[in-house]
Design a protein around this ligand. Structure first.
Ligand SMILES: Cc1cc2nc3c(=O)[nH]c(=O)nc-3n(C[C@H](O)[C@H](O)[C@H](O)COP(=O)(O)OP(=O)(O)OC[C@H]3O[C@@H](n4cnc5c(N)ncnc54)[C@H](O)[C@@H]3O)c2cc1C
Length: 371
């Protein structure tokens, strides 16, 4: 650990996936970078632990490759709702189920190799005209990146809390020591909640619950999904149940002066999309380019553009969450015309053109009318 007194070109507050991505991207452009986090690696966090193909590509652009031993491949998404099931395969490549602790360790190792300085167990207590305060001590920095997660204090300190949209859901996750029964990530839709199952190793799956009920826990919710319950009956737990908020937030501004926000601190899409990590990795690349140009206004505009597709997909999925009848008709359309689901999945992972998206949207509309 370096002394908190060392100055930096870029100081990143928060060493989660977004902060590490920001640090890697800034190092790639030659900046001197320090990252501070209140915890120490490997840092865990409740998450569905799915990294979509576009997220893997974004991570590789930052110089990080997840070794096969640290993750588990899956080849598509399966929706299950009221006894009906529909699945689609990714148009290119595969996705990864990766334990958050493994992802964190691999990213930290790469950042250390790249020359990022780390301050672990270091709580940032405020901003200063010349930098940041770490445990009350000034560290000078030209740029400050707030990567301190969805309850970001940097956002408040910098006066960036004003938002245009905010929505919250409650999430819980637990791991189960069982051989994955599918090479798909499964999303099980229930009345008022969703459960998704991600294979994260040859011997383990991650099960995450999302709902609007703060009192609902996994054991109770799983009763609604007999197929999953049967698979998990008598299976040893691989972790304790942990909760988190899934927050959809659209900020009016994501940067001010020398401060820029990234990852969940800069807004967020509902966890159901499985796109939070990919979004953060892409923001990191964009932000580092803007730092080189000394122009954060480009980050403001680019950040909005990057969020557009994930936000659209989240809105579509939340519509299915709230309308059971519509969801059943979509399921029927996906089952009778598998290309529709494949087209939506291609859009979701950024592998479809706007024309493909429009064509697919029209086809889905027609499918709904005729389902
Ligand atoms: C239930 C659930 C399931 C999800 N599933 C998926 C999925 O399958 N795929 C996907 O891509 N995304 C998923 N997401 C979203 C994804 O988890 C987030 O987008 C991602 O964790 C954001 O990373 P981050 O680095 O911005 O924030 P965080 O991971 O929250 O990291 C913030 C860091 O900042 C540190 N920190 C905070 N304050 C300070 C301070 N004052 N000083 C120093 N350090 C500080 C914290 O210790 C923490 O390490 C899911 C989210 C939830 C809730």
């Amino acid at each position: 650990m370096v002394s908190a007194g060392s100055d930096s070109d870029v100081f990143v507050i928060g060493g989660g996936p977004a902060g590490l991505a920001a640090a890697l991207a800034a190092r790639q452009r030659g900046f001197d970078v320090t990252v501070a986090d209140s915890f120490a690696p490997p840092i865990d966090k409740p998450c569905g632990e799915g990294l979509m193909p576009d997220g893997i590509a974004a991570l590789e652009r930052l110089g990080v490759t997840i070794p096969g031993t640290e993750a588990h491949r899956f080849r598509g998404i399966r929706f299950v709702s009221s006894g009906m099931s529909a699945e689609a395969v990714f148009p290119h490549g595969f996705a990864l189920g990766v334990r958050r602790t493994n992802l964190h360790r691999v990213m930290v190792e790469q950042a250390e190799r790249a020359g990022v300085r780390f301050l672990w167990h270091a709580v940032v207590t405020g901003l200063h005209a010349e930098g940041v305060l770490v445990r009350g001590e000034l560290v000078r920095a030209r740029w400050i990146i707030g990567a301190d997660g969805s309850t970001s204090l940097v956002r408040r300190w910098a006066g960036l809390d004003a938002h245009r949209r905010r929505d919250e859901r409650y999430a819980f996750r637990r791991h189960y020591r069982v051989t994955p029964w599918s090479d798909f990530m499964e999303l099980h839709w229930g009345a008022g909640c969703q459960v998704y199952v991600t294979p994260v190793s040859p011997q383990q799956v991650c099960v995450a619950l999302i709902s609007r009920d703060p009192a609902l826990r996994l054991d109770e919710a799983l009763q609604e999904f007999p197929e999953v319950t049967e698979r998990l009956r008598g299976v040893e737990h691989g972790s304790v149940e942990r909760g988190a908020m899934s927050v959809t937030r659209k900020l009016a501004r994501v940067c001010k002066g020398r401060v820029a926000l990234i990852g969940d601190a800069s807004g967020g899409v509902d966890a159901i999309t499985g796109e939070g990590l990919c979004l953060a990795f892409n923001q990191a690349d964009l932000l580092a380019d803007c730092l080189v140009r000394e122009d954060l206004s480009r980050y403001q505009a680019g950040h909005r553009l990057l969020a557009r597709r994930p936000v659209l997909m989240a809105d579509l999925m939340l519509l299915l969450e709230q309308r059971d009848g519509l969801r059943q008709r979509v399921m029927k359309a996906f089952r009778s015309q598998p290309n529709l689901f494949a087209g939506m999945l291609a859009t979701h992972v950024g592998a479809a053109s706007p024309l493909d998206f429009a064509t697919n949207g029209l086809a889905l509309g027609w499918g709904l009318l005729t389902a």
